[in-house]
Design a protein around this ligand. Structure first.
Ligand SMILES: [Zn+2]
Length: 502
């Protein structure tokens, strides 16, 4: 081994070395993930990115950073850099598995009836299958593929658990809490209360989906995507005018997206991931929004969600430090994304931007709130289950736990095959839950300041832009506080829902 650390000249401060290496690594990784997720280049490998950027994930650099912290190293962005370095230490160990999982997703097909269906095509097929028997066949094949996935995922969890222990964190819960500064227990408890308070309103709302579930005795996971597809509203959500509608209102409020910075990849392509995403390859200069169209309301709300990310990333102050522009609390970027996607079922937005006839607004928003309630309840059950899984560090009983929790929350009978697949890395469910609270606070604050049609008010855009310019320098709650907005609370979520169920 060389005595001379290859990454550190001794003159450049250690944190600047990390920023420089981190920027190059993330740009390469995000480009790779874009090419993989968009279906443009399925041969890309995450392991190659790690191969090209060994310095940023090297144990030597990590040890030096920890030493620097121990000796009182202190900079405003240090906690964000620390979280990034720990995550990448673990991701380095997972790189081969990450590629195996990507390949599996891309190559596996399931036999439904007499037809082979690619793994990634199942969600869209399920959402569009009007016949209950066909849905059951599709769902059975999809769940069998999930079962084939389980050994890969068990290896992934075991590797991550082993490495976080080596890095000084007895559980994933402690890793998340100590590095992010966000406590999971109060968040879970707030969502527990959400579940108990919204049981009756959700049951009431769900009655509006009865027609979609005709011929079904016991609704199951096979029926859920179809029940919330809402095809009867497709005529209000035609594909052609979607981008123009978004261009119209963002322009009116003074927050248009910059076409030189933001690229839209929204055409159908085989192999494109069904779940839309936004890749901030180099914020604020190069941002790509990726969406595989499915039709109707889902496309509008997903497009608005990803547009919220794209606006956030492309408006980040270009002089901001690497860690504030690229790292930090993702509840912030998810919060801006949800602030925009909530518009897709905002009465005033539907009337003024989409020109939905008033007589249909009531019926449609009831449908959308039902879907939203299901989603929030699903995530309330998710954080409960994920804390149990990561707390126990064992798979014993977890498949049943997952099925029971999801079934009780959504009221659609659920089976447990996706019990490891349906777990986002690094407690991302907590970022989503905080983001829904952020969006609820934003809608309340924006309406108060800029009226109920704030999304057309030319004073709203510059206000949002000034918040977005700070990247993720502040955690979501702090960013709200600094801008005079209400704070994060689970109460705001159930109050809006009770109103909607009225
Ligand atoms: Zn998002």
């Amino acid at each position: 081994m060389s005595e001379q650390p290859f990454f550190h000249s001794g003159e450049t401060p250690l944190t600047d070395v990390i920023r420089k290496l981190g920027r190059a690594f993330l740009e390469d990784l995000r480009e790779t993930n874009y090419l993989l997720g968009s279906g443009l280049d399925p041969a890309r490998r995450v392991a190659d990115v790690h191969e090209r950027h060994q310095q940023i994930t090297s144990p030597e650099l990590f040890a030096r950073f920890r030493e620097w912290l121990k000796n009182g190293g202190d900079e405003p962005g240090a906690p964000l850099l620390h979280e990034f370095l720990v995550t990448q230490q673990i991701n380095r160990e997972l790189r081969g598995l990450t590629d195996e999982i990507n390949r599996f997703e891309l190559e596996q097909q399931g036999l439904a009836g007499r037809e082979m269906v690619p793994f990634r095509a199942f969600p869209t097929r399920l959402a569009n299958a009007a016949n209950p028997a066909e849905r059951r066949e599709l769902h059975k094949a999809f769940m069998e593929l999930h079962r084939k996935f389980q050994p890969l995922y068990r290896r992934k969890f075991e590797t991550a658990w082993e490495w976080e222990e080596k890095l000084g964190y007895p559980t994933t819960i402690q890793r998340f809490e100590r590095l992010s500064g966000i406590e999971l227990t109060p968040l879970r408890d707030g969502m527990r209360e959400f579940l108990s308070r919204t049981g009756d309103p959700y049951r009431d709302l769900l009655r509006s989906r009865r027609a979609a579930l005709e011929g079904v005795d016991t609704p199951t996971g096979a029926d859920l995507p179809w029940a919330f597809r809402g095809g009867e509203f497709d005529r209000f959500f035609e594909p052609a005018p979607m981008v123009e509608a978004a261009r119209g209102f963002t322009g009116a409020m003074g927050l248009p997206w910059d076409g030189r910075r933001v690229t839209l990849d929204i055409e159908h392509r085989p192999g494109k991931r069904p779940r839309a995403f936004c890749s901030a390859i180099r914020a604020p200069h190069r941002v790509i929004l990726v969406l595989e169209p499915k039709g109707g309301f889902a496309d509008y709300r997903t497009f608005l969600h990803e547009l919220g990310h794209a606006l956030h990333y492309s408006n980040v102050d270009e002089h901001l430090e690497f860690e504030f522009a690229n790292l930090g609390d993702n509840s912030v970027t998810e919060g801006f994304a949800m602030t925009l996607d909530h518009l897709a079922w905002d009465r005033v937005w539907l009337l003024k931007t989409l020109k939905m006839p008033r007589i249909h607004v009531e019926e449609f928003t009831r449908f959308a709130w039902t879907w939203h309630a299901m989603l929030l309840r699903r995530y309330a059950a998710k954080i409960e289950y994920e804390m149990a899984l990561h707390g126990a560090r064992s798979f014993h009983g977890m498949e049943e736990h997952y099925a029971q929790a999801q079934g009780a929350a959504t009221l659609f009978h659920t089976t447990g095959e996706p019990y490891l697949y349906d777990v986002d890395d690094n407690f991302y469910c907590a970022r989503y839950l905080r983001a829904w609270m952020f969006a609820a606070a934003m809608h309340e604050g924006l309406r108060e300041r800029f009226d109920e049609d704030w999304f057309l008010n030319p004073r709203a855009g510059p206000f949002l832009k000034s918040m977005m310019a700070q990247g993720q320098r502040w955690p979501a709650d702090e960013l709200l506080r600094r801008n005079g907005m209400p704070g994060l609370s689970a109460g705001a979520l159930w109050r809006r829902l009770e109103e909607a169920a009225g």
